[in-house]
Ligand binder design. Structure first.
Ligand code: ATP
Ligand code: MG
Length: 365
């Protein structure tokens, strides 16, 4: 990482509401950076479905190289109905970033914002604070682009679980649980989510996971079958902490988790590898509401907080972690104060949320 004065952030707004929530996010990040004396330079990079429509390339090599050279990538959302590659698949350069930069750890925090209604009536739902850790480079998604249809009779996709990636993901899970435990002042727990009773790949994953767990004796380790987890995420989500899992399971559980805390507009994510990371809201481009200024930018703002925190963990300095915590606290305070976005039945549009967060940051000074 180029730890000169300013860190370089590659901005990839993408398509649809990706563009709108990115703009709102930058409007919050600029004053936040000023307040904390953070050197933050943004470079706008064009990629996605509209880029493909206009140039014939979803993300050209020069763009990829610039994103790769940046200290972090902040991405809106990409893709659009009706704009597809010639083979009929969706325009998804964000997936190419994941594979090409080796971003194996998909961090999806699921945290109930204070004061927000959740779908669960139980008062303990206010304490939902877990992380789904989605392996993002292999598993069932290893089959992407490689599946086969045999004589129109049968189709096959192959799931791949490797020791190397499972070890890295497991270490990542325990390190994350340890950091969260320190922050929250309560013991951490890592629960592997799999289907080890049926599939060889998952049995192998579980074996490797416990080998790694043995090296992290200070953090509790457990496991859960995916079907039981689907039930328990509804029944007692407050009991879980860090949940590493296979790619496809993580994809599904992430949406379930987002549903618990107000929907996709509140679900941030980070895709982290050895030296690179992409931060983006878990949602897509939402064509149904794009261009109306009503998209909820919260997931994007919380993703930016994850980015600042990750930069701090990579040596950018404690001011970056403080800025991350302050951003998160400002978002919390704005919703605790009664602001409501249209996706949860309110009226506050994209820019209004950004303005409220900036005001809150200034009040907190
Ligand atoms: P993808 O395939 O990229 O995951 P998707 O088809 O799952 O996309 P999303 O764009 O993630 O769809 O969102 C589904 C719906 O949820 C949207 O059509 C929109 O109505 C709503 N939604 C998603 N994100 C937001 C947001 N930030 N604010 C408000 N509503 C949102
Ligand atoms: Mg989706």
């Amino acid at each position: 990482m180029a730890l000169s004065n300013a860190l370089q952030i590659a901005l990839m707004p993408g398509d649809g509401i990706g563009v709108e929530v990115t703009e709102a996010c930058v409007a919050v990040l600029r004053p936040l950076a000023r307040r904390h004396g953070l050197g933050l330079d943004f470079e706008d990079l064009r990629a996605g479905a509209m880029a493909y429509r206009d140039t014939g390339t979803a993300m050209d090599e020069a763009t990829f190289e610039r994103a790769k050279a940046a200290d972090a990538i902040l991405l809106g959302a990409m893709g659009w109905p009706g704009i597809r590659y010639p083979d009929g698949t969706e325009i998804a350069p964000q997936l190419d970033l994941r594979f090409r930069l080796g971003l194996f750890a998909g961090v999806r925090p699921i945290r109930a914002l204070p004061g927000l209604p959740t779908v669960l009536a139980d008062p303990r739902a206010a304490g939902i604070d877990l992380v789904i850790l989605r392996e993002s480079t292999e598993g069932l998604f290893a089959a992407r682009g490689r599946g086969e249809i045999i004589e129109d009779r049968e189709a096959r996709d192959t799931m791949v679980i490797t020791r190397a990636t499972t070890e890295r993901l497991s270490h990542f899970a325990f390190d994350l649980a340890r950091r969260r435990a320190e922050k929250r002042g309560r013991p951490g727990k890592v629960t592997l989510v799999d289907k080890a009773n049926v599939f060889t790949g998952f049995a192998f994953m579980r074996k490797v996971f416990y080998e790694v767990a043995a090296k992290h004796g200070d953090v509790a380790a457990g496991d859960h079958y995916i079907d039981a987890m689907a039930l328990d995420l509804l029944r007692r989500p407050w009991d879980f902490d860090v949940l590493p899992t296979e790619n496809m399971f993580g994809d599904i559980l992430s949406d379930l988790g987002a549903g618990l805390i107000g929907g996709m507009g509140f679900a941030p994510s980070a895709d982290i590898g050895e030296g690179h990371a992409v931060f983006q809201p878990s949602h897509g481009t939402a064509p149904d509401i794009a261009g109306k200024g009503v998209a909820n930018p919260t997931a994007m703002l919380l993703s930016a907080a994850l980015m600042l925190d990750w930069l701090a963990s990579r040596g950018a300095g404690p001011a970056w972690a403080e800025a991350a915590a302050e951003l998160e606290a400002a978002v919390d305070a704005v919703f605790a104060g009664g602001l409501r976005t249209p996706d949860i039945g309110g009226k506050a549009g994209t820019a209004e949320v950004a303005r409220a967060v900036v005001e809150r940051l200034q009040e907190g000074a």
